[in-house]
Design a protein around this ligand. Structure first.
Ligand SMILES: NC(=O)c1ccc[n+]([C@@H]2O[C@H](COP(=O)([O-])OP(=O)(O)OC[C@H]3O[C@@H](n4cnc5c(N)ncnc54)[C@H](O)[C@@H]3O)[C@@H](O)[C@H]2O)c1
Length: 324
């Protein structure tokens, strides 16, 4: 059992991981500004604070932690195009403050939430970890910069660091008690569930991509599978391993139309759609080669798209969905 600080643990992925960590017997404190997270998603101790507020981080890390799971970030690609400086401020500046304060308090183990957005428009699909980092959005840039900083800080600060590069985090806790509530919501599955529930049409961005049905293909990985990967990465470092970087996906791509069709099947409701132009910078296909995570961490995604959507629909219908 370890004492864990979980930044961003009131957010979507962080809250599911925090609960899994608690269930695995770890002692968990969540640190979150609630800028995008939700107080009621945290069942244990919540310290409300901003990553960029050094005294606030200092006060909490002074309590002594074995490791930090660092989820806190701004995470919308589109918004990052409108506010790149704000994205660097939180995602890079906030992480620098965290690293400095961790060093001051002798906390040397970190799991960092990275993303497939660091690869930009990849030269090959499925994507493995050896692809060059070539982000095409300010959001992706912030994550690539942090990975670079961590690669340098690891030996210099005598740290163990794991970067987990998620593809599209999706689904919800299987009991419907935790899930995705972003404001505004930009992710496909919650938007398509909203369309199913309300009958209001949603826009499909681009139907002439070089993919089998012309719509973008993504790799939707269940949030509880992501939680499992975090615990494996953490246990490995607590056992003395230096860490590493792994892609986390299912290795199966689903197109926008396939997601909508699956939602119609699972919910029994039609997903009305209008067809719009492709968005600038949307890579046609992002699918993980996650074989290294299996080889090194013994991890693989165990939940398929149908389960992702069934659980997301359960969450969508829960009275807690959409509460702020
Ligand atoms: N959701 C995805 O598909 C996805 C994919 C790849 C990577 N990621 C990464 O995973 C992490 C979690 O993503 P999510 O979908 O759960 O997002 P989220 O917005 O639900 O959670 C992020 C949390 O960070 C908190 N936060 C933001 N700025 C903060 C600050 N300055 N100080 C303290 N807390 C702050 C928010 O309040 C929120 O609770 C992020 O780092 C994101 O970049 C997410």
């Amino acid at each position: 059992m370890a004492k864990l600080l979980i930044t961003g643990g009131a957010g979507y992925v962080g809250a599911v991981c925090a609960r899994a960590a608690r269930q695995a017997g770890h002692d968990v404190v969540v640190f979150d500004s609630l800028a995008g997270g939700h107080r009621e998603a945290v069942s244990g101790e919540l310290v409300v604070g901003d990553l960029r507020d050094r005294p606030a981080l200092d006060a909490v890390l002074a309590r002594g932690f074995d490791a930090v799971l660092h989820f806190a970030a701004r995470m919308s690609v589109g918004e990052s195009n409108e506010d790149p400086v704000g994205y660097f401020d939180v995602n890079v500046g906030g992480t620098l403050t965290l690293l400095e304060v961790m060093r001051a308090h002798g906390c040397k183990v970190l799991v960092f939430s990275s993303t497939c957005a660091i690869y930009g428009r990849p030269a090959r699909v499925p994507l493995d970890e050896d692809l060059p980092h070539a982000p095409i959005s300010p959001y992706g840039e912030t994550k690539a910069v942090v990975e670079r900083i961590l690669a340098l800080a690891r030996p210099a600060n005598d740290m163990r660091v794991t970067c987990l590069r998620y593809f599209n985090a999706a689904g919800a806790a299987s009991d419907g008690s935790l899930g995705e509530s972003h404001f505004p919501e930009t992710h496909l599955i919650p938007l398509a569930l909203e369309a199913a529930a309300t009958g209001r049409p949603m826009t499909v961005f681009g139907t002439e991509h070089p993919t089998p049905d012309g719509t973008c293909v993504r790799d939707y990985v269940h949030v509880e599978d992501l939680a499992d990967a975090h615990l494996r990465a953490l246990d490995r470092m607590l056992a003395g391993h230096p860490g590493g970087a792994w892609n986390l996906g299912t290795a199966h791509g689903a197109s926008v139309f396939e997601v909508m069709d699956t939602i119609e099947r699972v919910t029994g409701h039609r997903v009305a759609r209008t067809l719009g132009p492709a968005r600038d910078g949307d890579p046609p296909m992002l699918v993980a080669n996650a074989s290294r995570a299996y080889a090194d961490l013994g991890w693989r995604a165990t939940r398929n798209l149908e389960t992702v959507i069934r659980d997301a629909w359960g969450w969508y219908q829960s009275p807690r969905y959409g509460k702020r």
